[in-house]
Design a protein around this ligand. Structure first.
Ligand code: CUA
Length: 326
């Protein structure tokens, strides 16, 4: 049962989680602080506004000595400025506080070596392809190691939510979304879908397992491996089967199209002078609508290649594997 003292304690900045779920990720505390800021700001103004309303009702009620309303000024520039400036200031405070937390869930710290997991949502289940090749119905991560989740959906919009991580991100068909965090407490946590996606939306759940050490994670990664094709294997196979290798080299040598070696994360200069960063969405676009962004020095001559989501994820994994350096 939720008790009022717990509720209040949970909303206090820097206080324990109270009625909130356990905090198990690097961003959880920041999210709780933003929540507490909004909660206490709202509580303060609720008290002020209701208090003044009650006070004025009593103070200015109709009496025998005052049958009608008293005269009041119809405009005050000072007041107008006063009640415009304060909300404006508060909105900036909220913006600054929440942007800081939002950036922490979307940007990796420089030099971070994250564990990358490709998440695929479909009606009505989750699938997690872990770097290293293991696919699973469960998300497995290691305590203290940054995690980069890249989400895709094969049908409708879903949303991945882990209450203990205070993280939620939509999985949108036709594009990739991502979020980053570092798990801080070993354990097993529920993963929920929080975007209504049809009949079995309510049962579209999974678990996130945070391993306490590398040995435990490795033991899981080794068990039962080798059955299905990893994303990287899908990518290597599709690259050959669809004839991509006829124009795109994998060793950096020149061809009809740009080589795919060492392009991951790079800024590509385009024919129109713009710069495009090579990420999941750039690669998807370059496969599905190749004419959209042409790398400077090449011609617009690649036909669109109809790949399914898993094949595109495979190509992404292949290009990542050809990244130069560590
Ligand atoms: Cu998937 Cu709701």
């Amino acid at each position: 049962m939720i008790r009022l003292p717990d509720l209040l304690a949970g909303s206090l900045i820097a206080a324990g989680p109270g009625y909130m779920p356990e905090r198990a990720s690097s961003v959880a505390e920041g999210v709780d602080q933003v929540f507490a800021l909004l909660f206490w700001m709202s509580a303060f103004f609720l008290v002020v506004i209701i208090g003044l309303t009650v006070l004025f009702v009593i103070r200015y009620r109709a009496r025998a000595s005052r049958p009608g309303p008293e005269a009041s000024p119809d405009h005050s520039t000072k007041l107008e400025i006063f009640w415009t400036a304060i909300p404006l200031l508060l909105v900036f405070v909220i913006f600054a506080a929440s942007t800081k937390v939002y950036l922490a869930m979307t940007e990796l710290e420089p030099g971070a070596n994250p564990q990358r997991v490709q998440v695929t949502a479909r009606k009505w289940s989750w699938w997690f392809d872990h770097a290293g090749g293991k696919g699973s119905k469960e998300l497995h991560v290691l305590v203290g190691r940054p995690v980069e989740l890249v989400l895709a959906s094969t049908d409708v919009v879903h949303s991945l939510y882990v209450p203990q991580f205070r993280l939620k991100q939509d999985a949108v068909p036709g594009r990739f979304t991502r979020m980053v965090f570092t798990p801080t407490v070993p354990g097993t946590y529920p993963i929920l879908c929080t975007e209504y996606c049809g009949t079995n939306h309510s049962t579209m759940s999974a678990v996130a397992v945070v391993h306490p050490d590398q040995a435990s994670f490795d033991a899981w990664a080794a068990e039962g491996k080798g059955g299905e094709e990893s994303l990287l294997q899908v990518g290597v196979r599709v690259f050959e089967e669809k004839g991509c290798s006829a124009c795109h080299s994998v060793d950096g040598s020149p061809g009809v199209g740009p080589s795919i070696k060492g392009i991951w994360g790079k800024d590509e200069k385009l024919t129109d002078g713009k710069i495009a960063k090579v990420d999941e969405n750039y690669i998807r676009e370059s496969i599905v609508t190749p004419g959209a962004k042409i790398v400077a020095g090449f011609d617009d001559m690649m036909p669109p290649v109809p790949l399914d989501d898993r094949e595109i994820q495979g190509i992404v994994a292949y290009i990542q594997s050809l990244k130069e350096g560590p």
